[in-house]
Design a protein around this ligand. Structure first.
Ligand code: XIL
Length: 363
């Protein structure tokens, strides 16, 4: 009896020790990261944190380094949470990513407005941008490995987005942001980060932008493909074309915010019309009772298709970061959706998609 028990115990321990992790399996290919939310950064989610330690070797802050969080008022910087975020990464030997310096969202109005409510002029906005970047990047100099310097500056048609940054400063706001970041930490990797670069017109615009930055003497270490994907969009071939196109410019590719929205009502024009003939499927909470096994398999196959591309292009791909740890953390639960976009479920248990992804790394 005792012998059986001991054997059993050893077998379980052995299993626990050999439990494969994403970071191990893809060690030779790329870093594997996760975005951390406030509870995870503050140590209020012990199970989340231990899963992060076990599976990932890179982290991105989901919100705490965005302008509105870290610099809510002109003279107020709020570094308490970001300090903890960086300490968590250092303690666990992880690649620590900064997200994000210059964006049109989650940036307070005061940044763009003067006291009388009118937009500030170019010089003032450039100074604010400079001071923000110098202060935030400077604080973590040598500790944050790379920064999403400019986020989402290109529009769907490939032109530059008409953001307050563009309207007030002009096209060179992007070069300036990269220069300021480089001055603040000459060794940090600097990224341009955007979504839907898998669509040809937007990709063309981003490729032109990267070329222009390079011609201005700016070193773009990598382009971030956010990777907010649907079940059928973009195709693995589109993703591969995108990686190859940026790699040809001599920049790396990082997948920065990977998740797959499975809610039928979120599928947009991508083949969802048929599905949405069914009235129930238009409900955001269509999967409130759980994701059926057949859909777990669909998601697993979808992840397999994407990771096959990442692995095949591992020379160009430096990192793949998921936008959240478990499904319960995901921003894709907004708008009443009950979503299942990640590799771990609401109890942080691995889903079939987790095993499927691991398989793509076990060559
Ligand atoms: C999202 C966060 O996940 C949410 O918590 C927040 O309310 C809004 O922003 N592109 C980005 C990310 O670059 O910063 C966004 O994160 C998702 C889209």
């Amino acid at each position: 009896m005792l012998a059986v028990l001991v054997a059993l115990l050893m077998a379980t321990r052995g299993a626990a020790q050999t439990q494969p992790s994403l970071k191990e399996v893809f060690k030779k290919d790329f870093l594997v990261g996760a975005a951390l939310n406030y509870p995870q950064i503050l140590g209020l989610d012990g199970r989340g944190d231990s899963l992060v330690r076990q599976q990932f070797n890179a982290i991105t802050p989901e919100n705490c380094l965005k302008w509105e969080s870290v610099h809510p008022r002109p003279e107020t910087y709020s570094f308490e949470v970001p300090d903890k975020y960086v300490a968590f990464g250092e303690k666990n030997g992880m690649a620590i990513i900064g997200h994000t310096l210059v964006w049109h969202h989650q940036t307070p109005r005061w940044v763009f407005d003067s006291a009388n409510g009118k937009p500030v002029d170019r010089e003032i906005l450039l100074r604010r941008m400079h001071d923000h970047i110098a202060t935030v990047v400077g604080r973590y100099k040598g500790r944050i490995k790379g920064w999403d310097v400019v986020n989402e500056a290109v529009d769907e048609d490939g032109s530059l987005r008409q953001s307050p940054w563009l309207k007030i400063i002009g096209e060179d706001f992007i070069v300036k942001a990269f220069q300021f970041a480089h001055e603040a930490d000459p060794n940090a990797e600097l990224y341009y980060n955007d979504y839907s670069l898998e669509n040809a017109p937007k990709r063309k615009g981003a490729l032109a932008l990267v070329k222009k930055l390079q011609e201005s003497g700016v070193h773009v270490a990598a382009v971030g493909l956010q990777g907010h994907y649907k079940l059928v969009w973009p195709s693995p071939a589109q993703v591969e074309t995108t990686i190859t196109a940026f790699a040809a410019l001599g920049v790396k590719v990082v997948v920065t915010e990977l998740d797959i929205d499975v809610v039928p009502a979120s599928q947009g024009n991508e083949g969802a019309d048929l599905l949405l003939n069914n009235k129930d499927m238009r409900r955001a909470d269509f999967y409130a009772a759980g994701l059926p096994d057949s859909m777990q398999q669909v998601l697993a196959r979808r992840y397999t298709g994407l990771f096959a591309v990442f692995v095949r292009n591992a020379e160009a791909v430096d990192r793949v970061t998921f936008w959240g740890v478990g499904d319960g953390n995901s921003w894709l639960n907004s708008g009443g959706r009950v979503n299942y976009p990640l590799l771990f479920d609401r109890k942080y248990q691995p889903k079939p998609a987790f095993d499927a992804v691991l398989k793509t790394g076990m060559k």
